[in-house]
Write a protein that binds this ligand. Structure first.
Ligand code: RIB
Ligand code: CA
Length: 321
């Protein structure tokens, strides 16, 4: 059983990743921290509570709200992709009696900050805890700055972010999570903590189409199936207009799969750097991934390939049970 802390900016694909993690018996989700990214951190926290409410949990992970602003850059969000509320505007949906279709759970948020909860959990599970980072790396960078020694006892960080051999999804050179807070990403990649990266190069290999989703939930009326349908629609519309297919890349679900089913994935070691100042290239991740150019001082393992069919089948098998 792998103990993890999820740091997230839900976000439609974050929601899919959280559902997959909570339904993965190989993982023990000890805590979840939120961060500004797709939406402001307050909205991200409310979204997290809506996602957890779907699961009828007897025990909740410890939840703490994290940083609202990136280290240096002004916050750039992605409501145009994920909907005004960050979950495809499902917060507006009502039942016939007027009640919210997707209410948040009412649970006590931790009284400490997201950064301090990260440090608390690392302290509680030295050499055992893995952080799964699904948004900008602001919280993790601040935890490293606050107590670099303690963060060295992290077993590792598995993160969705960056792009190497393709175009970015915010600018031609930058992926969203690194683009929003390149200074935080720089700190994390240079922290000395074992880093495993799921960049766009691999997350773009997994496309959840509207057609596949419809076939998977056909004849079902459970709340998870409704959530998968209703929360992804706005995103799928955006993809139809701007990416070229009706569906979405389930970016954030891949780091969860990398932890529970590494056999679906292939990675290479590399020395990864982040551009923090470039006018045209801010947030660009730079690494030579050519196998014959194996770096003698790699600072990360970069995932470059996935068995997309196997992973998608696995995703539905877990999330819909
Ligand atoms: O570039 C994709 C990443 O940015 C995902 O984590 C998505 O949720 C957005 O945060
Ligand atoms: Ca995310």
């Amino acid at each position: 059983m792998q103990r993890i802390l999820i740091d997230t900016d839900p976000g439609v694909d974050d929601a899919l990743a959280i559902l997959l993690a909570m339904k993965s018996s190989e993982l023990l989700v000890e805590a979840i921290t939120t961060v500004s990214g797709n939406v402001h951190v307050e909205q991200a926290t409310e979204n997290l509570l809506r996602i957890l409410e779907l699961l009828n949990l007897s025990k909740y992970p410890i939840i703490a709200q994290g940083e609202a602003q990136p280290l240096v850059k002004p916050l750039v969000k992605a409501e145009h992709v994920h909907g005004e509320d960050g979950l495809g505007n499902i917060s507006m949906l009502r039942n016939p009696d007027g009640s919210s279709r997707y209410p948040p759970i009412y649970c006590d948020l931790s009284t400490i900050s997201g950064v301090d909860l990260i440090l608390e959990m690392v302290n509680r599970y030295p050499d055992e805890l893995v952080i799964v980072a699904l948004g900008p790396l602001t919280n993790i960078s601040k935890a490293i700055q606050k107590d670099p020694e303690r963060m060295q006892t992290l077993k590792g960080i598995v993160l969705m972010g960056g792009v190497f051999s393709e175009y970015g999804n915010v600018t031609t050179t930058a992926e969203f999570n690194v683009y929003v807070d390149p200074h935080a990403a720089h700190d994390v990649f240079n922290s000395g903590v074992p880093i495993h990266i799921a960049p766009l190069d691999v997350t773009h290999q997994v496309a959840l189409t509207g057609k596949r989703l419809d076939s998977e939930i056909e004849g079902r009326s459970d709340i998870i199936s409704s959530f998968l349908k209703e929360s992804t629609q706005a995103c799928m519309e955006f993809y139809r207009e701007h990416v070229g297919f009706y569906g979405l890349h389930i970016h954030d679900a891949l780091p969860i799969g990398m932890l529970t089913h590494p056999q679906f994935f292939k990675s290479v070691d590399a020395y990864v750097q982040v551009e923090t100042e470039g006018n045209l290239t801010s947030g660009m991740t730079v690494a030579d991934l050519r196998r014959e150019r194996q770096d003698d001082s790699p600072n990360a393992s970069v995932c470059v390939e996935v068995d997309a069919d196997a992973f998608l089948n696995h995703f539905f098998e877990r999330v819909l049970t």
